[in-house]
Ligand binder design. Structure first.
Ligand code: ADP
Length: 419
């Protein structure tokens, strides 16, 4: 246990730091230092010093501001805070005292007398000035604070604008790149289908299992890659508010029939029980058919993906006069409470996807973590809400998850997302 008196020295000049530290340490004090205002506040909190030596000109805050901030804290109300500064212009000392400093020492220090000057303030001494001078200094200090605040607000506004510009550059870059990739990808995809359909290739596939495996692998990878490119394009449109909803009449019951047929096939490969009472779905809503189908397929696809073989996925709907509440419930690995919101963020994947990727059917799970962000963007653009509920993630107990989509029957007339 260190019983020495602790002095915190807040000073950005390394030379002064070393000198004062040496002189005070030799005199038996424990000295801790900080080079910036915020760092000084943290050090004060951590070391609870008996006295603070304060430079006035620091890179982030002035010594006066740090003092005012410390004085607002009950624990530092009576700790001596002494300015140690090269500034000796008229009025500086008064302004320091008006800000709450106890005393004012000037640099360079006299190494012989400095420890006793510090001891003097430690014993309770305080500098004094006339009341008139203090009132004048208080006024000047207040004006200085307001000006500094105004300057900081301006700086923040500027850096905010710069960050927004950079964010836009990034989104534009992502969108442009994905766009440029999509064009050749469409061609590659088309050719791959032609190769698959070609009688010569069909014959070769029949003759050689190796050729069949090569071609199937190729086509599957191309499909996955074009899926990823489309995901990136969609999410970047949503993020930049560039997504246009093509609102029109949608027969949600028919749409679900189609999705159930497609997804049901995948679920059957995984031995999953897949139920959907399509008649519960309204036959007439106003929405963007393609985007809505994409959102629903993503959520249902996830239910299949994150449920091990043999699980149950059930989809239900409850229609009210103005909206339909869709629930997609699975008996899968579940989601931890702290992840329930974050899974809707871009590029967020909650867990490693070992469980399903090593399942008996070797189903490939896990993606970029864009699917739910896309769903959220699409559903919110329709004026709806999407959220998830789960008792937690447990690969053994399989607590399951339920995803809810609350969708208005009539999408708002505003067609641009605000995301
Ligand atoms: P990914 O491409 O990783 O599936 P998503 O945005 O679709 O991205 O999902 C984000 C994360 O949310 C997933 O990585 C997964 O951890 C979790 N998740 C989504 N749906 C489910 C579900 N039905 N059960 C368990 N976890 C899920």
């Amino acid at each position: 246990m260190d019983n020495r008196i602790t002095i915190l020295y807040i000073e950005d000049d390394p030379g002064s730091q070393v000198l004062v530290e040496r002189v005070l340490s030799d005199a038996g004090f424990r000295v801790v230092t900080a080079s910036r205002g915020l760092e000084g506040l943290e050090a004060a909190d951590k070391y609870m010093p008996n006295l603070i030596l304060m430079d006035i000109n620091l890179p982030d805050m002035t010594g006066r501001e740090i003092t005012t901030r410390l004085r607002a804290d009950e624990r530092f109300r009576s700790v001596p805070i002494v300015a140690l500064t090269a500034q000796s212009q008229a009025g500086e000392r008064e302004k320091a005292l008006a800000a709450g400093l106890t005393g004012y020492l000037t640099k360079p220090i006299d190494i012989d007398t400095f420890p006793s000057q510090v001891a003097h303030y430690l014993s309770g001494a305080k500098d004094t000035v006339s009341l008139d001078a203090l009132a004048q200094a208080q006024f000047e200090y207040n004006s200085e604070l307001v000006l500094r605040l105004e300057q900081k607000v301006r700086e923040l506004e500027q850096s905010n604008a710069e960050l927004r510009r950079l964010d836009k550059v990034k989104e534009d870059f992502i969108q442009l790149t994905a766009h440029e990739l999509r064009t050749p990808m469409t061609l590659i995809y088309g050719y791959s289908r032609l190769i698959q359909e070609s009688p010569v290739v069909k014959r070769l596939k029949g003759e050689s299992p190796e050729v069949k495996a090569f071609i199937d692998g190729l086509v599957e990878s191309i499909e996955r890659m074009s899926g990823v490119i489309n995901e990136i394009l969609t999410i970047s449109r949503i993020a930049t508010g560039r997504i246009e909803l093509a609102i029109g009449p949608v027969n949600l019951m028919r749409m679900m029939e189609r999705i159930v047929q497609e997804m049901g096939q995948v679920a059957r490969q995984r031995n999953q029980t897949f139920t959907c009472e399509v008649r519960q779905f309204p036959t007439m809503i106003q929405a963007d058919a393609d985007l809505l189908a994409l959102a629903l397929s993503n959520v249902i696809g996830n239910a299949i993906k994150y449920t091990p073989d043999g699980g149950v996925i059930s989809i239900t709907a409850r229609t009210s006069p103005s909206s339909v509440l869709i629930a997609v419930k699975d008996t899968g690995i579940g989601i931890n409470k702290e992840d329930l919101q974050r899974i809707f963020d871009r590029f967020y994947t909650a867990n490693n996807t070992q469980l399903h990727s090593t399942s008996k059917t070797a189903f490939r799970g896990g993606g970029l973590g864009l699917g739910l962000a896309i769903c959220k963007g699409i559903i919110e653009a329709h004026g709806g809400k999407i959220w998830a509920e789960s008792e937690g993630r447990d690969e053994v107990k399989l607590l399951g998850s339920t995803f809810y989509i609350d969708l208005p029957l009539q999408a708002p007339s505003v067609r641009r997302t605000t995301a």
